[in-house]
Ligand binder design. Sequence first.
Ligand code: NAD
Length: 375
Amino acid sequence: MASYTICCLPGDGIGPEIIAEAKRVLERVAELEGFSLTMEDHLIGGAAIDACLAAGEPATALPAATLEAARAADAVLLASVGGPAWESDDPAAPRPEQGLLAIRSELGLYLNLRPVKVYAPLRSASALKPELLEGVDLLIVRELTGGLYFGAKERIEDAPGAGEDGACGVWCSDAMEYGEWEVERVLRWAFECASRRPRGRLTSVDKANVLFTSRLWREVAHRLATEWPEVDYEDLYVDNAAMQLVAEPAHFDVICTENTFGDILSDEAAQLTGSLGMLASASLGRGTPLFEPSHGSAPDLAGRDVANPLAQILSAALLLRHGLLEEDAAARIERAVERVLEDGWRTADIADETTPADRVLGTRAMGDKVLEALV
Ligand code: NAD
């Protein structure tokens, strides 16, 4: 029997409540599919900072023991971090979000996947007209550790310039930098992924009419397209892609793009579903893969048993698919979530005025419904 270890990071806010439901679902699906899972909780974010302070140790949002456990595991399941308790005006104070950035970078996770699926029963939650949403099931593959966010940065306080007195005031620059190998490893993944999906379409998004980095991106993409002739490949400029995502979202299958464009397009695409509580994500790369919901720690909902656990449960499905290669188990969870929604069950964030009050469930009860639907 295959056996796997999962490093679970509940974090802060609603994190502990939603990850508890995902763990119950994982345990049950492992039983049904015949593999064994060892799941261990570790500290990250504000919870880690508090534990360090209580032990009289220097505060960190990513303790060494957590990193060690993450490195040793087959996959990491993360909930969310952050909250008002750790906000501070002191720039030197440790922040929960440092734990997130640190774990992604320590594990060498250089690409992010965000599936965006519009579930038929939730179409009315989207800001778009329901007829535009039919068949929307796309995957955004985003480069995660290069480009503008990680390039050279500079700030000059009193720069010379072309202002009235020959001064500019403050001058800043962020360099967008990419090496061919960085582009190639992400695009290779996207081609492979597109070739395995039923529609087999890959849209590579760039700004090759203006940016050198985008010209490199496009060169590499065209070279790789010859290796995957079965993939229906197209290029799109990022401004056009932003427009097409809301004009004709069902056109897209896999979208692959660099870091900044991917950051913006993935949040735009998230709005197609109308709810943050439904979106899962995966970060993959050299080290242990990491899976998490796309939303934050929702401190306003913490401890009230009202948060939607479905994005976390769908992150567990992604973990099974991309982290453990247990496709049947992943598909079983996704079918269960779909069935629960078709049966009309909702958490408060995805309920609307047509939802009867007795169909609106809390976090735990929604977890129960997914468990029942897993069979
Ligand atoms: P958020 O995603 O936590 O919440 C935004 C809104 O969505 C809130 O109204 C919240 O109640 C709602 N929401 C989020 N998840 C939900 C769920 N599962 N079910 C129902 N409703 C849900 O974003 P925010 O309010 O900007 O940030 C709150 C905290 O989370 C901050 O400390 C922020 O830094 C942190 N954060 C963490 C992550 C992460 O851990 N990856 C990501 C974003 C924000």
